[in-house]
Ligand binder design. Structure first.
Ligand SMILES: Cc1ncc(C[n+]2csc(CCOP(=O)(O)OP(=O)(O)O)c2C)c(N)n1
Ligand SMILES: [Mg+2]
Length: 320
């Protein structure tokens, strides 16, 4: 492996492993009722956020969904503020008032996540239009699930983005389910990219959430978008959610899917894949550093105070 490839692999492994372990820690803490909001975990889906965000530049921004821990962390959102937010503490990224579904860290380009399916899509398109007007060289990465593609806001958003040629990459994390409904029970055909192309947008599907393929796609197209050569592009990342829709547990006894249905993704687990690509001591050093960082972040959240009652009346309206 060349030095550059080793550096990139180590960087991507760190991000993947870090997100996996943070969410595994959340599953351990959750039953203690210290985390005060519902949690929609990305365990199994990390490669999508990591592949995209590693290919972005610091000035680029991301918008996402309630299943947003991975995106927030991959883009560089502050870990301590995220865990404190889950605990409902005043040191949280939304002062403890948003919880897991409403993460934000504007200093690192995380512009927000929303609990309402499809809502950040048109907002992210508007933001990208603003970037074009300001002649900024930043671009937007807009994340959403396969369920959002069923929403009118998706079609309005991508049509307008194509029309105005705004600097945006749309990322569909296709884990095949909207809660418990399989996508083929919600649509006639498995043809998401074909439908997106009909809006004049270049679209590509990537199977098994291959982190390097996602990285290379975003690297290539973000350069073309940034330089104004092309408008929006769309990437459909096939992946699988390993835990229940919301909460820390598995759900293979619910009856809507089996463990076998996600086996191909478990076999292709990108965390393990990259760990095996790295020399042992490099992986071990990263693992040690990440584990310490996670312990410190949870301790920070434990030690932080809850907001005062008066916080209920702050940040409701933007002061002129
Ligand atoms: C507009 C709207 N309709 C319905 C819901 C209820 N709801 C919450 S999550 C969800 C499923 C969304 O699935 P998907 O977009 O595939 O994301 P995933 O949970 O798989 O990451 C639904 C229907 C909602 N939050 N917002
Ligand atoms: Mg889904």
């Amino acid at each position: 492996m060349t030095n550059n490839k080793l550096k990139l692999t180590a960087q991507i492994f760190r991000s993947l492993y870090r997100i996996r372990r943070i969410e595994e820690k959340i599953t351990q803490v959750y039953p203690m009722d210290k985390i005060k909001s519902p949690v929609h975990l990305s365990i199994g889906q990390e490669a999508v956020s990591v592949g995209v965000c590693e290919a972005l530049e610091p000035q680029d921004v991301v918008f996402g969904t309630y299943r947003g821990h991975a995106m927030y962390l991959a883009k560089g959102g502050d870990l301590k503020s995220m865990i404190a937010e889950l605990y409902g503490k005043v040191t949280g990224c939304a002062k403890g008032k948003g919880g897991s579904m409403h993460l934000i860290d504007k200093d690192h380009g995380v512009m927000g996540t929303s609990a309402i399916v499809g809502t950040t899509l048109p907002v992210s398109v508007g933001y990208a239009l603003g970037l074009r007007y300001r002649e900024s060289d930043a671009i937007v990465a807009s994340f959403f699930g396969d369920g959002a593609v069923d929403e009118g806001a998706f079609h309005e958003g991508i049509n307008f983005a194509a029309l105005k040629k705004v600097p945006i990459i749309f990322i569909c994390e296709n884990n095949e389910y909207a809660i418990h409904s399989h996508h083929l029970r919600r649509r006639l055909a498995d043809n998401m990219c074909e439908r997106v192309r009909s809006y004049g947008i270049h679209a590509r599907r990537i199977d098994n959430a291959d982190v390097f393929k996602i990285y290379r796609f975003v690297k290539k197209y973000s350069m073309l978008i940034r330089s104004g050569q092309i408008g929006p592009v769309f990437i459909e990342c096939m992946t699988a959610r390993w835990r229940e829709h919301v909460g820390p547990n598995e759900d293979f006894d619910f009856g809507y899917r089996t463990r076998g249905d996600i086996e191909h993704c478990v076999k292709n687990d990108q965390v393990q894949r990259l760990r095996c690509l790295l020399p042992g001591p490099v992986a071990d050093r990263i693992i040690g550093e990440v584990e310490t960082e996670i312990e410190e972040a949870f301790q920070f959240a434990e030690d932080s105070p809850f907001p005062d009652g008066v916080e209920l009346f702050n940040d409701l309206f933007r002061e002129a």
